[in-house]
Design a protein around this ligand. Sequence first.
Ligand code: PEP
Ligand code: MN
Length: 358
Amino acid sequence: MSFFKQDGGPFLIAGPCSAESRKQVFEVAEALKGNPVNLFRAGVWKPRTRPGSFEGMGEDALAWLSDLRKEYGLKTTVEVASPTHVELALKYGMDTIWVGARTTVNPFQVQRIADALKGVDIPVMIKNPVNPDVDLWQGAIERMNAVGVKEVAAIHRGFSSYQKTSVYRNQPNWPLPIELKRRMPELPIICDPSHITGNREIIAEVAQKAMDLGFDGLMIETHTDPDTALSDAAQQVTPTTLTDILSKLVVRGNAAQETNGAALEYLRQEMDSIDAEIVDLLARRIELSKEIGKVKKECDMTAFQPERWRDIVNTRGERAANAGISKEFIIEIYEKIHHHSINKQLEILQAVIKEVKS
Ligand code: PEP
Ligand code: MN
């Protein structure tokens, strides 16, 4: 079984955002006793958005973690952002390392880190890049695989957004980790609700959602006195709160029980036939749209007709509301359908231009 998978519960990574002092990391480790911690995390080099904030205790902190590892029998993990970091993390016997969101965005730097790991047998976790780009995330994982790292896991920590009104510090964009899992079915995925939420009050619900989606683990920032933390104070929880979060977590299995298996199969078959109808209907709609394109060409009309689009949004939105489903959801789907339809019509209109030119 993968290093990052646990039977019957999430693979749990806990520990402070940053290692602040020897006393602090030992206090956190002591207070975490009794929690099923698989890895003790602590940042020793902190990538801060603006200069002047606490940037970590560096090599000193690695020495504390190395002692803590021996004293508590805990496995440890730190963030690395350069080959020098890798070298030092290995020197102090860290059990795993992770690549942070601000590093995953940079393929040159990820490659340098991968090169430093050639021939080293250490599990590596790759946080998603700050921008919502699943290819970049997958690429960083592939760079680790390519140099022979055997155990790689992805960490979903959410994506930056210009929109600051959201309840989240980083948008979860759940379809992205789901897409990554579709592409790499064997890859363990760990959710980091601390960095997604930025707010300890909503960590439990995001952790639950990750469990409901079948994620393999959780990384939760833990501090004995969160409000005084030198980084990410608002999102850290005490070890007692962590125990509480874990005790309320419902962990679901992957396989349906024997008795419910038949019901699930029946419902899935019904869903398959509805999906087949949806695809066939869309194919018919696209054909109609092309016919409309030809008529527009003859009438010398533009492909995009704002009045018609407004009407589609209103009528389909209203129909959705009457059917008891989300209007926003249907409009979002129609944006895609309409866009595709306009593109098909543009192909027809542009064919005219080419004919005229030739
Ligand atoms: C962290 O884990 O403390 C951290 C800096 O994370 P991220 O790379 O997700 O911002
Ligand atoms: Mn943090």
